[in-house]
Each structure stands twice: as structure tokens, then as C-alpha cells.
Design a protein around this ligand. Sequence first.
Ligand SMILES: O=c1[nH]cnc2c1ncn2[C@@H]1O[C@H](CO)[C@@H](O)[C@H]1O
Ligand SMILES: [Zn+2]
Length: 441
Amino acid sequence: MESQNILIKNAKILNPLGNGKTEEKNADVLIVEDKISEINKEIEESNAEKIIDASDKILMPGLVNTHTHISMSLLRGIADDLELDSWLNDYIWPMEAHLNREYCYIGALLGASEMIKSGTTCFSDMYFYMDGVAQAVEEIGMRAVLSYGMIDFGIKEKRENEFKENISLIKNHNNTADGRITTMFGPHSSYTASVELLERVRKEADRYNVGIHIHMNETMKEINDSKEAHENKRPFELLDSIGFLNSDVVAAHCVWLDEKEINLIKNNDVKVSHNPCSNMKLASGVAPIGELLKENICVSLGTDGASSNNNLDVFDEMKFAALLQKVHTLNPKLANADEVINMASYNGAKALNIDAGAIEVGKKADLILLDTKHPNMTPQSNTLSSNLVYSANGSNVDTTICNGKILMEGRKLLTVDEEHILSEAKRAIIEMKELKEAESE
Ligand SMILES: O=c1[nH]cnc2c1ncn2[C@@H]1O[C@H](CO)[C@@H](O)[C@H]1O
Ligand SMILES: [Zn+2]
């Protein structure tokens, strides 16, 4: 893709400030190469090769999805209305046994198309055949943090294989695609990974200087099982006892936490990825977001996979995040629109250690424009945050820019052939279902 300077004229800007607040302003924004280079009232048009008139548009940072399994977009709708344990064991894992690199590549293109079309510019993934996922990210132009989902169930040979996979992902893809792709270790959870695996992950993450992406405290069953297996230790206590916790850990879910665990998260600066849709759909529970925010813990948002959501629209996730806390605590002020905008942008970027998530000079140009000329965006609310969290949805996104390149304009994907991706995805899931049928015969 050619790099061209882009000038966004007359935008209404919503900028998250990182303290749970946002600011609104009207200005022009100039993008030079991969960065925001100027924000001013009137920027000369001669500075840019490409001019976008944003008179009827809202400009905000591209959304950051800090926990997903992108290729699970192929498994959308294959198993609904189940709790986590049965969902995984009886439906998802048997189907995932038939994945291969090609399917994960197609699934990643499908998921990435959906994310770009709903205003997400960066995601953190934990899955399999990550080389295929990396190829999809390279081609489509998003930003991503990739990890391999390591599961050993205490089996030594399996453990060796998991390290081989995750380390080869790091060696082949960390800091590639013009810096759009970085990597992490992805130990699946403390119930599927042994203490030996988790201890070694900590050492290797330090050695390779990458972060760690893990599922934590998702269900009550997980807490009870952990206490039974590990001398009454809850999952965060177990990880603390082996020196695992640090500011580079992104912990997905964090639904069932006691006071001691919240302190461990705070004292170790662990980053939380809140996944309200998945937690509601799998009937896992309600994360104590109010308590976490009170402690100034960095809370970001994730969709989880499309098989427990069932879409990858972070606008939906923002609305659910706000509403769930209100109905659960009977406090309408909790998780207000400004806080939720910060979670989905500024905090997400911070959790993933990327230099984006805000509209500031010098930040990466990961930006989206929403069209206000839609019935659901009319009239304008008192604040832009209110419009974006309570009224908008992903299909109001008109333009998506990542690393200074336009990936979607006027709702058309520019880097890939969307129709081809949709037909390939349909073919892939039919083939997988046939493979599964054949196996059970
Ligand atoms: O909410 C979840 N909790 C636990 N595991 C999950 C969830 N969503 C997806 N996976 C599973 O995690 C593995 C990838 O590392 C996959 O097996 C995926 O199905
Ligand atoms: Zn997950």
C-alpha cells in the first residue's frame, strides 16, 4: 500500500484522556505516514494528497479489542445457550480439532473484516495456527497482538510443543508488518495450563520481552477447582505465588474476584480485559468493574470469540459494559459513557503496549470516522460519548484508518475482497462440519 498524507477536514473529534474523561473539539487532523502529525483549526490542504471531508462525521480513535479468538468467527452460532464448561468440552474443542492453517487464515480474514467494518483497528488474539492469522493481519492492514493458546493439561510432551509454537510465533512475527504485529505468550488459563507451564511462560516472556495474554477467573467453577487443586489458592493467588503477575499481563474476564485478588491486580499493575457480552452469554457472571475502576486498575474491553458473543463489534461491547454495571449494581452512574469510551480506546492501547488509542500528535494514526447522517445518530446527544456508547453501532462507521492507511472508506473494504472472504468462510465451515461428521461415523 502506498503511503499518502491524509488530511481530515472539519471533524467533530472525541478524544479519550485516559482518566475516564473525554474531550470534544472541532479541528482538522493531518496524518503523515503512520502518525498523527498535526491537529489544528485550519490545516492547509496543500499538505495532503488525500482529503477527507468530515463535516458530518465524528472522529475518534480506532477501537481496541483486547481479548478475542479471531478465527472463531468461523464457529459463529455453532453452540449457543450453554455454560462455559459444556460449551468448550462438548462443542468447541471437538470442532477446533478440525482446524488447520488455511481455515484459521480465512477465519482471521473474516473476523478482521468484521472488526474493520465496526471500527476496531487493533485486536489481541489467542488462538491456533497463528502464522495464518499473522498472514491475514499483514494483508488486511490492521494492528494486532498475537499469542498462541497454550494448553498442556500437565502433559510434558504437550508442554514442549506449546512453547515451540508460541516461540516460533514470536520469532517469526514480533514487530513485523511495519510494526503493526507484535506478539505475546498465550497460556490459555490456570485450569488448562500446568504450574510448570505458567512458571516457564513468565521466564520466557521476560527473556523475549513480550507480554502475556491469559483467561482468568471467568467462572465460579474455575475458582472452586483452583482452590481444590492448589491448597485453597484462588487463580490470582496461585499466579502470585509463582511470581507470574506483572504489568505485562493482560487478564481476560476477571469476573469472580475477591478483595485480595483485586489488590494483587492493582499492586502488580495487571491489565484487565472485560468481556461483558461473553460473560452474559455463557452465564459466567458480572465482573466487579466499579471496584476495579475505584482502584485505578486499567480496564479495557474484549469481545472474546464470535462463538460466545456472537459478533466482534466493540460498539456493542461498550454499550453492554455500561448497561450491565448499571443493572447489576442499581447505580446508573457506574460505567458512564466517558469511562467506557476510555476502556475501548486509551486503556486498550495501554494494555497492549501500543502507541495509539488517543488523538494526539505523535500517536499512531489508528482512527475511525462515524457518519452522523443516520436516524439512530440523530439528533446529536448532549455529549459525543453518549451518542457513541448508547446510540451508535458498528455499522455507523464510515471510514477506518490504521497505521496511516485507509482500510475502509464509505463502508467499502479497500485492502481485501469482502465477497470472496465471505464465500471462502462459508466453504471452510462446511468442510469442517463434514470432517467432524466423518469422524463420528
Ligand atoms: O471464554 C473463554 N474461556 C475459555 N476458553 C475460551 C473462551 N473463548 C474461547 N476459548 C478457547 O480458548 C482457546 C484459545 O486459546 C480455544 O480453544 C477457544 O475455543
Ligand atoms: Zn476467550
